[in-house]
Every structure is written in C-alpha cells, then in structure tokens.
Design a binder for this molecule. Sequence first.
Ligand SMILES: Nc1ncnc2c1ncn2[C@@H]1O[C@H](COP(=O)(O)OP(=O)(O)O)[C@@H](O)[C@H]1O
Ligand SMILES: [Mg+2]
Length: 245
Amino acid sequence: MVALVQTVAYLGLEARGVEVQCQIAPRLPRFNVVGLPDKAVKESQERVHAALAAMGLSLPPKRITINLSPADLPKEGSHYDLPIALALLAAMGVTDTEQLQDFIAVGELSLDGRIIASPGVLLAALHASGQDKGLICPAAQGTEARWASGIPILAAPNLVSLLNHLKGTQQLAEPEPGVAQEPGFGPDLKQVKGQESAKRALEIAAAGGHNLLMIGPPGAGKSLLASCLPGILPRLTSAEALGIM
Ligand SMILES: Nc1ncnc2c1ncn2[C@@H]1O[C@H](COP(=O)(O)OP(=O)(O)O)[C@@H](O)[C@H]1O
Ligand SMILES: [Mg+2]
C-alpha cells in the first residue's frame, strides 16, 4: 500500500505542491528517500526514525521507500520531516490516510518527537488556502499560518498530540491570528493649526481611498499634512497586509 501526504516546495516566494508517497514493501530492510532530495531532506530519515522511536514505535523491518513527487523538482529544507513521518505512519497503519488528504503538512522534527519551526509556513498556508485544504504546522508557527484566510490549522507541539488529535482523543487549540506590529505613526493631524479644508480633504481621501493633490507655496504645510496621513488611515485587513507584503 502507498500512503500519500501533501506538502510544498518553496521556490522563492512561491510554494509548489509536493506529494510525499510512502511504500513499505516486504524486502530487505532499507529506508530510501528519492525525488531529488537535498542533504537536509536526505537526513530527515534519521530524525523521523528517532521521533518515531521517541513515541515507542520502531520502523518495520521492511523496505521503506519515500518518493517526493514531482520527482524532477529539487526539494530543499527541513520542513519535509513532518510529511515524511506522517506518510510513514499512515503506511504503517498508525494513522488514517484519508484524514490526511485534507491537509498540507510542513514542519521539522526533533529527535524527541517535537515539531519545530521551519521557515515558510505562511507560504504553505496561502498555498493550502488556494487548494481548499487545511494546514498541519509547528505549534510555534500557528499564529503566522492563521494569517491565511479561514483554513483549518492544526498547530501541533509534537507528533503524539498531532496523532491524538487526528484520532479524536485530544483536541489541539485553534491558533489565534498573530498581532501585527503597531506601525510607527508620523505626526498627529491635531498638530496642524488651521487648514480646516485641507484637513477635511485629507480625512475624506483616507476614508475613501482617494488620491490627493496638494498645491501651495513652500512652507504652507503640504509635507506636514502628507506625513499625518498614515495616522488616520484605517487598519489594514489581513488580506491587505499580505497583499503589500
Ligand atoms: N498649519 C500648520 N500647523 C503647524 N505647523 C505648520 C503648519 N503649516 C506649516 N507648518 C510647519 O511649517 C514648516 C514647513 O511646512 P512644510 O510641511 O514643510 O511645508 P511645504 O511642504 O508645503 O513646503 C514645517 O515645520 C511645518 O511643521
Ligand atoms: Mg514639502
């Protein structure tokens, strides 16, 4: 039987879908990762092995083949640990393959089974949201992933709690969206003396998202008025914040 788990490959600022396929065949024991893995991905088998051992599971004495498809796309990074472990657990019958089909998984594993942060979670979350899937990611990055529109997010601290959640014996808390850093506002519009019509024009432009042309002699306060604009603009929605990222 072949177990499948979806993940992503990062290509610059883009995430491309990658399928992790795991087959356990009754042949001489061997663990192979194919599909153009780089060194970090090749080494994931050691971490996966240790993380499973930390849960009290040993690898079956059979031939385990992991294929990262599409096989001609180079795979880089440590975030393949988690999808490889999940595909292996599904092939071993520890977890349900069908349940995993609704998710994209990213995350690095530590030797004791913790799921630790790996770069690029936001890209993976945006990709998952485009595919109408949920995301399985490290607990530390749940708030970052939450920025992608309303997809289900399983932010798990370790493999055991993730498996328990999938089985239904434990509930992982839904992560809250991360708090955006307060922008450093310029001068306050209150500081501007007089100029009532200019201030009103500024407020209308800010509220309606209109363009503004200011004409006046040097020293009339154009630069001052312009620097007051960020302070009265409405807060960005998360979609807008992602758009100007
Ligand atoms: N209405 C005003 N209220 C308070 N300070 C003003 C006002 N208009 C101009 N200033 C001050 O005068 C100086 C010149 O203004 P500035 O905005 O640089 O003019 P402009 O860009 O039109 O040449 C700045 O130090 C500004 O703070
Ligand atoms: Mg000026």
